[in-house]
Structures are given as C-alpha cells and as structure tokens.
Design a protein around this ligand. Structure first.
Ligand code: FNR
Length: 380
C-alpha cells in the first residue's frame, strides 16, 4: 500500500521495485570486486542462471470467488510465528557491500524492523553477539561452516546458543570453495583480503591458535582461518552436531530426495533445499526443480528453500511447491549495497508486497491455500 501510495503522489522509489532493474542499478553502483563476489557464481554460471530461469516453467492457476480481502502470510517455524514466509539467506562478508563495513548489523536492523529473520553467516564481518543484540525481538539463525577443528566448531555453536539464535543452519556444500572464475580472474577472492572475519577473530578457540591476535596480524589470521575452514561432513557428523547443541539443526544444500529422506530419518530438524545460488557447483539442475521431490520425502520435517528467488511470485511458487519458508539472497544484498538497511528493507518489502498481492488476486488467503493450490510444471 505504501509503495502504491507513494507512486500516486509521484514519489519514486530510491531503490527499484523489481529484480532486473535492481540488479542493473547495483551493477552500476558497486565496485567491480564486490559486484563479482555477489553476482558471480561457478563455472560459466549456467546453474545460477537456470535457478532463476526455471521459475518460469512453474505456473499457478488462480481461484475465483474466494474472499481474499485479508491475507495471512504468517508461518510457524521451530515454535515461533513469523509474520511472513521469507527469510534472508546467509551471506558472508556483507561488510564489503556497505559504506560502513557493517553489513550484518544493517541486515539485523532490517530483520528487527520487518520481522523477516536473518541467518548470520559464519563469515560475517560483525560478531554474532553484536548481530544478535541488533536483531531485537526477531529471532535469528546462525549459519555454520563447520571448521576442521572440532573444538572451534563447538565454540562457534555454543556462542550462537548463548547469543540466543534459534537454530543452527549447517551448510553442507561448502567445505571447499567452488570454481568461481570471476573471483579467480580478479586474483583469488579479493573480497577476503583484509576482511575482518569477526566470528573467527573474536573466538577464543580461534585466537588460541594464533601467535599474535588478529588485530595485530590480520594476514596470519586470514591464512589460519583458511587452513581451519571446511570439514567434509558425513551423516555420522549429524549425531555429533546434535550432541553439542540443543538447538534445532537445519541442513543446507540438500537437493537430492535420497539425501532429504536420510536427513529426515537422521533427525534433522529442517531440510534446506538450495544449491547455494549456483556458487558452488556448475552443471546442476535448478534448485526449484528439485523442491517438490524433496518435500515429498521430507514428511513432517520442514523444508526451507532458496536459489533463484527474485520476486514475490517466485516466493509464492516455492510455497506452492511445499517450502515452509523461502530465502532471499542476492536481491537483499543489492539493496544493502544501494541504500544500506533501508535499501535491503525496501527489497524485502517489495517482494512481500508482490507475494501478498498475488495471493489476493489468485484467491489464496493463507499459505495453506497456496500450498493446497500447488504449482503446475509447464512444458517448454
Ligand atoms: C552466499 N551464500 C552463502 N551461504 C551460506 O550458507 N553461507 C554463506 O556465508 C554464504 N555466503 C554467500 C555470499 C554471497 C555473496 C552469496 C550471493 C551467497 C549462499 C546463500 O545463502 C544462498 O544460498 C544463495 O544466495 C541463493 O541464491 P540466490 O537466490 O541469491 O541467487
């Protein structure tokens, strides 16, 4: 309503309302190494392009004569009711996307203001405790890149629990970084040079591995981080992870239905269907094309989804295919880059406004109605 009303008064939005214009504006505004980091993906970026394109072959069929004058977009997850079905996907090193270097604190303010939860990355530039304070009353989640050093992993998880995060989102697909030509051509991850990986740099176990504190010798801190990064997880590790925390465990990166079944059988508290936005493996099929297969075998285990979500209609389609909640990744980072917390909040509000309006026009007053309506795969 506010976005429409402003338009009627002739007030133009500072940050575009649609993904294509938003990305074009971000391309013009962001420094090349930052844009490459956010926009780039693996190989020739076929998978990340497919993630977006594949939404087009899923369609919804509207229902008429349904009273949709009010809609309820709220969802339940881990015992909490969220006002809307979207969340901010975990994004590392967002500090380089903002003027003041505090992208995670900015995202946390967005979360506090909108009720859209965020997943704080292990590779955040702000310490998770500071982010938790900025989240206010909106519960947040901590995303774990499991370090090789188990003691360090346990320290990160216990800090997250103490800081009040409501779940641990374990990313499974990133124990090594994928083949990302844009970053490699620019000199191997320039975004990490001089970065403050605050969750590591403030961690007592991590600090005990260093001869000098990161504040005095950041270069060695970064190489030590790289040396400890990335344990290959197997199903036995899920038992270990469950033993070190009482928080729900979410497994991020699951696209194969057999893995989803195994995750549910192994007691994962949620399955997160995602291919990391095509940043880890090229040559894969679009994540949205795997979603309903994952949902079918997940049973009562909630399924979160991201990869390729660019609009409100994408959100509604993912919900129709059975997602419990839908993650927005790159678009909110473009919003952050263009106008800090205000820009990111605007992007999320536009996506939600479109989803709400679509539910109204399509005759789906609640998320349960969206799910009951489903989405149809159209032939190419
Ligand atoms: C990511 N992603 C990611 N995932 C994760 O588990 N931990 C992380 O630190 C990051 N970092 C990160 C940085 C950047 C710049 C991007 C774009 C993505 C993956 C992210 O959570 C999500 O899966 C993708 O962003 C989904 O793809 P789209 O929809 O953004 O294209």
């Amino acid at each position: 309503n506010a976005i429409y009303a402003a338009g009627l008064r002739g007030v133009l939005p500072g940050v575009p309302v649609d993904a294509a214009t938003l990305e074009a504006r971000a391309e013009a505004a962001m420094p090349p190494h930052v844009l490459n980091y956010v926009q780039g993906g693996c190989g020739d970026e076929h998978t990340q392009d497919e993630n977006v394109a594949a939404f087009r072959h899923w369609g919804m069929v509207p229902r008429m004569m349904v009273d949709c004058t009010s809609r309820d977009l709220s969802i339940e997850l881990f015992g909490h009711t969220y006002p809307s079905p979207i969340f901010m996907s975990p994004i590392g090193v967002t500090g380089i996307c903002t003027q003041d270097g505090h992208g995670d604190l900015a995202a946390a303010r967005v979360s506090a203001a909108t009720g859209v939860p965020m997943m704080v990355s292990t590779l955040a530039n702000d310490p998770m405790e500071d982010v938790a304070t900025a989240l206010g009353d909106t519960p947040g989640f901590f995303q774990l890149y499991t370090p090789k050093n188990k003691e360090l992993a346990e320290s990160l998880v216990s800090r997250a629990e103490k800081a009040g995060y409501k779940a641990i989102v374990v990313t499974l697909d990133t124990w090594v970084t994928g083949w990302r030509p844009r970053d490699l051509n620019a000199g191997n991850f320039p975004q990490l040079r001089g970065a403050v990986l605050a969750n590591y740099f403030t961690d007592p176990v991590f600090r005990s591995l260093l001869a000098k504190p990161p504040e005095e010798d950041p270069a060695t801190a970064i190489t030590t981080w790289a040396a400890t990064f990335g344990k290959v997880l197997t199903w036995d590790d899920l038992d270990w992870l469950k033993s070190i925390t009482s928080l729900p465990i979410v497994l991020k990166g699951i696209c194969h239905p057999d893995d989803a079944r195994r995750a549910a059988d192994h007691g994962a508290d949620a399955i997160y269907c995602s291919n990391h936005g095509g940043r880890q493996a090229n040559g894969g099929i679009a994540a949205i094309d795997m979603l309903s297969d994952v949902v079918d075998v997940a049973g009562a285990t909630p399924v979160l989804f991201d990869s390729g979500v660019r609009s409100g209609s994408d959100v509604v389609k993912a919900l129709a295919l059975g997602a419990t909640a839908v993650g927005v990744g790159r678009p909110f980072v473009y919003g952050l880059a263009l106008d800090g917390a205000d820009g990111a909040a605007h992007v999320l509000k536009c996506i939600l406004a479109e989803a709400d309006l679509l539910m109204a026009v399509n005759g789906y007053p609640t998320i349960a109605d969206v799910r009951a309506a489903g989405a149809v795969r159209q032939q190419a």
